[in-house]
Ligand binder design. Structure first.
Ligand code: C2E
Ligand code: MG
Ligand code: MG
Ligand code: MG
Length: 291
């Protein structure tokens, strides 16, 4: 690459030449073509109503089928996409793809489902306002705003809180729900909960993992559920891996459940096979048996 080009680029992304390995450079150049080469796809993980076990919706989780390295998870390439200025493009693709899939599945019988999409701090800090991307994805696909949920993390509250709230309110005004992902793992204070417009509190899987273990593990989860409800929000637990956790969460009023126990993130075709009962009319109640 040309010297000047390289220097400008690295300055721009605040990255020094000598910390970047050739592997990263290769991956970076691959990522620039991943969308057009259709190597990115969304895996969908089901979410369930805790009380009934019925399917409530999905979380869309991005994957990269890399021609050489096989399947790569978001942790392997989302930070890179942010660094090289591709996150807006990828973020819009994720929104469009997830919304299109939701419209299709709703037409095919999953009328009441919601779709959760993750957004990173960088996506909220981009000059292209994330709310505009959400609005255009809804417009293009015809998905009703209240069928979409945007998952954000507490990292957003470590910066200009008024600006963050304004951006979230703009999304909320579209009817879209806001979920606080990985709740309890950030370093922000609880006071922001009173000011930030959000609808759903998502209990981090590290807390779910502590259910039934040691002193206070279960009590902490119970307290988070009660706090969400006292604030007028609903709550979902992520990372539910066993029956003990599921039963505890259900008995303590957690509204929704997500985790490997009831469903891993899989491609859309796999969802259509797993939940075939729900897709094929006449409609039958499906999900899992909560007892
Ligand atoms: P997240 O939003 O907290 O997503 C949950 C992660 O936990 C997913 O990892 C999922 O596969 C995993 N998981 C789900 N159930 C269980 C379980 O029962 N046990 C365990 N151990 N893990 C479980 P994944 O797909 O690797 O995603 C990692 C993170 O990448 C996500 O965390 C999210 O923050 C981010 N991410 C995913 N898709 C996107 C995207 O489209 N855009 C952006 N900006 N970030 C994304
Ligand atoms: Mg998430
Ligand atoms: Mg999470
Ligand atoms: Mg996480």
């Amino acid at each position: 690459r040309a010297k000047n080009h390289g220097r400008n680029r690295f300055n721009h992304y605040n990255r020094s030449m000598n910390t970047v390995s050739s592997d990263t450079l290769a991956l970076e150049s691959d990522l620039r073509h991943a969308l057009e080469r259709r190597e990115l796809y969304l895996a969908y993980q089901p979410q369930f109503i805790a009380a009934s076990g019925l399917l409530s919706g999905f979380e869309a989780l991005i994957r990269w089928r890399h021609p050489k390295h096989g399947e790569l998870g978001p942790d392997k390439f989302i930070p890179l996409a942010e660094e090289i200025g591709m996150i807006d493009e990828i973020g819009l693709w994720v929104l469009r793809t997830a919304c299109t899939q939701t419209v299709k599945w709703r037409q095919q019988g999953l009328h009441n489902i919601t779709m959760a999409v993750n957004a990173s701090l960088q996506q909220f800090n981009s000059p292209i306002e994330f709310g505009d991307l959400v609005a255009s994805a809804l417009n293009e696909t015809g998905l009703a705003g209240d069928r979409l949920e945007i998952e954000i993390t507490e990292s957003l509250f470590m910066q200009d809180i008024e600006d963050t709230c304004r951006k979230l309110q703009r999304i909320s005004d579209l009817g879209v729900k806001i979920a606080l992902d990985d709740f309890g793992t950030g370093f922000s204070s609880l006071s922001y909960l009173r000011h930030v417009p959000f609808d759903v509190l998502k209990i981090d899987r590290s807390f779910v993992n502590d259910i039934g273990k040691g002193i206070g593990g279960s009590e902490l989860v119970r307290t988070i559920i009660n706090m969400a409800h006292n604030l007028g929000k609903s709550c979902i637990a992520e990372g539910v891996e066993n029956l003990l956790q599921e039963q505890f969460l259900r008995e303590n009023g957690c509204d929704f459940l997500q985790g490997f126990l009831r469903g891993r993130p899989v491609p859309a075709e796999q969802i259509e096979i797993t939940f075939a009962d729900l897709f094929s009319p006449p409609h039958r109640a499906g999900g899992y048996n909560p007892n």
